[in-house]
Ligand binder design. Structure first.
Ligand SMILES: Nc1ncnc2c1ncn2[C@@H]1O[C@H](COP(=O)(O)OP(=O)(O)OP(=O)(O)O)[C@@H](O)[C@H]1O
Length: 285
């Protein structure tokens, strides 16, 4: 594979062999500077294993993995092994490893909207607050490559949309590459440049639209899944006022948003509508 000058990490035909079997094999993809790459695939399909090769945590048993020299990576794993019975404030948690200065921690907490939680105990945080703190901690290190393993787990879907917006903002601010492992087969964030669909090997890859319409994706997940691969888009069609009322795009104000106005729905890419006749990729349907 020809190495691209902007590539931060490149997997070339990489495989991991454990306990007498290949966990993944023949995996090739790269993450470039400023790019968001999303890994999808069923449970056990090798998403985390592939991400760990990109990070350099796992060495491939065949094929090659290369990373830009001096690449700074931040990794938010799927699970943390921390003894949560110990009291630990968000502020302390931000700088546990000692790599982040107080002002870097301040900036990151402000960017992810968790400054007000500085003195809160980490174990008391809600799922969404915890994910934001994890993101703040990862971005404070100003990585070139940020790897997020299922960053929206335990987050409701309005929260998901705002987390996805936040991830996009981190990419834009830091100009870093982001490798995102998605917990949801059928929803990828709109800002994803490339989707890699894994099933022990790369099943198919490309833009979200290309992946949704590929025969391999349909064979793996079924035609129904293919017709519902939705792409998150955040439409600012109304704003929530502090008193709980809602101001709509046309300026009118109501007590709450109408269920039929598209609020909290996942919209598919308009360009994708032909592939998506079943209701605009609305996961609520
Ligand atoms: N050290 C190991 N030894 C043996 N098998 C392993 C090892 N690590 C992972 N596996 C197996 O490799 C496969 C791929 O695991 P991986 O965690 O990469 O999948 P995943 O796609 O991230 O899954 P999930 O969506 O469930 O998080 C799984 O079947 C897992 O049980």
């Amino acid at each position: 594979m020809l190495k691209k000058p902007d590539a931060l990490a490149t997997l070339d035909n990489a495989g991991i062999h454990r306990s007498g079997r290949w966990l993944v094999r023949g995996v090739s993809f790269s993450v470039d500077k400023g790019e968001i790459v999303t890994l999808i695939g069923p449970n056990g399909s090798g998403k985390s294993t592939s991400a760990k090769m990109a990070l350099g945590i796992l060495k491939p048993d065949e094929g090659e993995v290369s990373r830009r020299p001096d690449l700074k990576v931040s990794y938010v794993p799927q699970k943390l092994t921390v003894d949560w019975t110990l009291p630990l404030t968000v502020r302390r948690f931000m700088s546990l490893t000692g790599e982040v200065s107080a002002s870097e921690a301040d900036d990151a907490m402000a960017a992810t909207g968790v400054s007000h939680l500085e003195q809160a105990e980490v174990r008391t945080l809600s799922g969404g607050e915890f994910q934001r703190v994890m993101l703040a901690r990862a971005m404070a290190r100003k990585p070139d490559l940020l790897v997020l393993d299922e960053p929206v787990q335990g987050v409701d879907f309005t929260g998901e949309i705002s987390l996805y917006n936040l991830i996009q903002k981190i990419r834009d601010d830091l100009r870093c590459g982001i490798l995102l492992i998605s917990h949801d087969l059928h929803v990828v964030m709109a800002a994803t440049d490339r989707v890699i669909c894994l099933n022990g090997h790369v099943c198919c890859s490309g833009t979200p639209t290309v992946v949704a319409s590929s025969a391999e994706y349909k064979a793996l997940f079924g035609a129904r899944a293919a017709s519902t691969l939705a792409v998150y888009e955040h439409h600012h069609d109304h704003t929530h006022l502090p008193d709980g009322r809602v101001r709509h795009g046309d300026g009118s104000i109501t007590d709450h948003c109408h269920p039929e106005d598209g609020h909290h729905h996942h919209h598919s890419d308009p360009a994708d509508d032909h592939a998506n006749p079943g209701g605009g990729g609305n996961r609520n349907a």
